[in-house]
Design a protein around this ligand. Sequence first.
Ligand SMILES: CC(C)(COP(=O)(O)OP(=O)(O)OC[C@H]1O[C@@H](n2cnc3c(N)ncnc32)[C@H](O)[C@@H]1OP(=O)(O)O)[C@@H](O)C(=O)NCCC(=O)NCCS
Length: 407
Amino acid sequence: MEAEGVIVVRELDLKKDLLEVEDLERRCEVGNSGKISLFTDLHGDPISRVRHSPAFLMLVAETAKEKEIVGLIRGCIKTVTCGKKLSRNGKINTNELIKPVPVYTKLAYILGLRVSPSHRRMGIGLKLVRQMEKWFGENGAEYSYMATENDNLASVKLFTDKCGYSKFRTPSILVNPVFAHRLRLSDKVTVIRLSPSDAESLYRKRFSTTEFFPRDIDSVLNNRLSLGTFLALPRGSYSADTWPGSDRFLSDPPESWAVVSVWNCKEVFTLEVRGASLAARALAKTTRIVDRALPFLKLPSVPELFRPFGGHFLYGLGGEGRSAGKMVTVLCAHAHNLAKELGCGVVATEVSNREPLKSGIPHWKWLSCDEDLWCIKRLGEDYSDGSVGDWTKSPPGLSIFVDPREV
Ligand SMILES: CC(C)(COP(=O)(O)OP(=O)(O)OC[C@H]1O[C@@H](n2cnc3c(N)ncnc32)[C@H](O)[C@@H]1OP(=O)(O)O)[C@@H](O)C(=O)NCCC(=O)NCCS
């Protein structure tokens, strides 16, 4: 059977399709029986992973005759930084410093593409991607990208061989467990919480030229899933009481500082590791019981990964100065404690694999992914500022901004 003519692609009808879509998701994850697999529960909301973006769409592929849903795809569009150019702040011929300003582009993102195991290699995946790209084009997106595991041959080949995408960036997903004990924060560092508007101005001033920085950062920071932005500073520089606001802070910052924001993914989805042996589960449970009973031992206990668990995602991670890496470690400990209070199993983040602050982020290697593969395609040529040229050909910067709305 070929997809052409036999398969109809249409927009999701949330009320009508929910159960069938959930069933399809389940069948796609159970695919590799016998092995350990990660099950995702979207809490009955199939569009939860795109609904916070400025524009989004979910399509389903249905057999024309039986009206059975055999494939699905999600997509969203937003405006992000794709490069930078130099500006004199509008004041030509003054002594004012020439500073880089962001160049923005309209970027589309494809995620959650699934085709029923019984209907694979019939061109349904390809059909779904083409239809989604049509919507991207109609909505003015200049680029489209997707993320997948490096070893997902079907997905990599579909996008690179058939859809014209090229391999673009390979950021690292770093995942740390939430222990049953709290982590102690260094007493040489003060952590203060910024208001969303202070966080916005700090991000716009310092990070807006970072690749993938979302122009609507204010709506990210003000989203109910954003649990706060935290700044780490050397003790004695500023405190919550003496905080002068981001503008004055940045005009006279301490030698080192770091910032991070926390996103509550637990509200969006929960995960569950299935297929682990009884012995592995028992061992994990024992470490947890001991850690809970004797927290002063600071045992690196394994979280409850074998029942549904949620996580927090750290985004907007950055900093400056010689001790910025240490400040990041303190912020991660702070985020760990927040995640523990809110009953999460893991804290995750995603950073460029060249990120200078990466070594300050604690993580467990076996829970993490060293190379998440991002592939990109240019959909149109006559949109953004010519000074950047074709983004898909540009070398990677040191950092990227990973939008928590699409985790
Ligand atoms: C990836 C996936 C969506 C592909 O769907 P599909 O409908 O089988 O793909 P198509 O039939 O449209 O295949 C189009 C092309 O992709 C490539 N491709 C697809 N599956 C492949 C496989 N298993 N091995 C190698 N290449 C493959 C081929 O180039 C294929 O063209 P061809 O059949 O003419 O050789 C499907 O395998 C799937 O649901 N996988 C599990 C979920 C997943 O990994 N999603 C991707 C996350 S981004």
